[in-house]
Design a protein around this ligand. Sequence first.
Ligand SMILES: Cc1cc2nc3c(=O)[nH]c(=O)nc-3n(C[C@H](O)[C@H](O)[C@H](O)COP(=O)(O)O)c2cc1C
Length: 357
Amino acid sequence: MKRLAYVSRATSVLAPGELQTIATAAQANNRRLDITGVLTYDDGVFFQELEGPEAAVDALADRIRVDPRHRDMVVISVENGDLARHHPAWAMRVINLGDEPDSGYLRPVIARLSQAIRTVGRYTQPAVFRLLESGIDPTTAPARRVQRAVLCCDVRAFSAFAQALAPDRLAAFITVFVDVCVGCVSARGGEVTKIIGDAVLAHFPRECSGEALAAALDILTTLARIRRQAAANAPERYLHVGVGLAAGEVFEGNVGSGFKLDYTILGDPVNHAARLEALTRTQATALLFEEAFAASLPPEWSTIAIGRHHLKGRDDQTTISTVDLPIVRELPSSRLAEELAWCLDVGPSASQSRPKA
Ligand SMILES: Cc1cc2nc3c(=O)[nH]c(=O)nc-3n(C[C@H](O)[C@H](O)[C@H](O)COP(=O)(O)O)c2cc1C
């Protein structure tokens, strides 16, 4: 016997009779599958408990998950074993909580549960939330070694912004950067695993290195558009970033103690991506990657080597490359600092006249 409970959100407000349509089909199917349970609906939120033979419950849950009438299905409880059914008499008891005074007390409980899950989801790495969604306890997920393409992206001259901007304005400024990174990385199938102040760490399966590079270029292109469209004295006008890309084997799993857990990736490619990002500051380019990353790119990408460097943490020198596209060519850092100082009215150039473009 298996019992599985989940919450989800209706794709749109249910039309009258729609809950009954779901109920009628569910009851006919469930009777055949020896499944019993309850389905509640209130104000756009479903709660359902399914109980029955394990394989039948799993197969039905998979089918329900992809039903377009709802989304954001998160499994909140899974039990296995010799269980007594909670709803032995119901192939599927369906309750519209708004119509049932006796169940009214459940309405705020389920609504808050659904809201809390969505809030947690927004603060949680996608890898962890995916496990939570499918009812797996992420704290028990085994660590593993995997091949990844790693992307590290960092805001140029962030300390100048941090000094000059009021906290709310600084948060709005960083939100622009984070939204661009998360949007571009997700659209290319990658995953943002960490946002550390003004830096974003993301990863892709190693065989998707081309997508990682495309995501980096998307970030640079989107930020260039934001800079062009920003008001003359808005900090976004000076929102430049550096991107480092590296590839190789990383550890993926839980680190930390009972007080604070992190599901993360660790290893040389992560360190190298961060160091390559730092190196962009002195190379007048917004994008750099190392040999292993270049080697895993599909042949359609043409790259240019810009020299050999000794990256901290590596014994040997590695060839550093970029792509020959206008979008990666950058203001040298000194010039950027001058521009910034003028704009933000901080730093040594603050009292001087505006540097010529
Ligand atoms: C919130 C929700 C709960 C559902 N519960 C069940 C269920 O308990 N049993 C079921 O067979 N289908 C359920 N469905 C419908 C399934 O997603 C799917 O449409 C149905 O199983 C297909 O049945 P059919 O092959 O007979 O058309 C549910 C759908 C939604 C949106």
